[in-house]
Design a protein around this ligand. Sequence first.
Ligand SMILES: [Zn+2]
Length: 229
Amino acid sequence: MSPSDTNTNSAKPKGYWGKRLALMLAFIAFAPLLAPQFLLFPYAKRFGDTIVYSESEITPAFAKALAQSDKLLRASAIYGDDYDHVIVLTNGGWRWKWLAFGASGAFALNRPLTTNMVFNRTDIAAGKIYNGKAMGGERSLVSVIAHERTHALIRQHFGFIQSALFPGWKVEGYADYIAQESSLSADDVTKLKASGQDHPALIYYQGRQDVARLLAKNGGSVDKLFASG
Ligand SMILES: [Zn+2]
């Protein structure tokens, strides 16, 4: 038997294949977070600089929502075209749970260092996104796209590290200010306050109001808004 016939498997140190398998599984689990298209979305479409992957058919209603959202975004004083360009629409099922990775109660999420935004249960025809909550569980598709893209505008304008240090109420408040929509209605907030209940969207609601007040006072300067404590 020549040396080349040696079974190479037996030459590997103990645990080699186990480690390789673990690495492979980790890659399979995490790769879609960076490149959601690995999850084989049945529909994909390009709209200008935006690529959409979707679990349901991408009808012309989506193009309309995207255009409306773009209009909202362009109203931002820190507008630039370096926003998130990949939109991933799910039905709130396994693909969402995989991609949301522990944040499945959200309407959508954007992944810093990628240009991906992933959306929870989306109804393109109705123009709505649902997060499954009884209160504050529904938002317009237009506003959620604008909200998520505003996060990218903030990161782009102030830098990745600086924007990560801004208080949550200000960042979320500004994103909803640009989106011109809150998850909670004024009625919802009255009910929550009367019963002393907390809600994860309260900080967004209050933040949007505070941001609007501060911008009105400082002449609409986003730099001054984020510079103040
Ligand atoms: Zn947000």
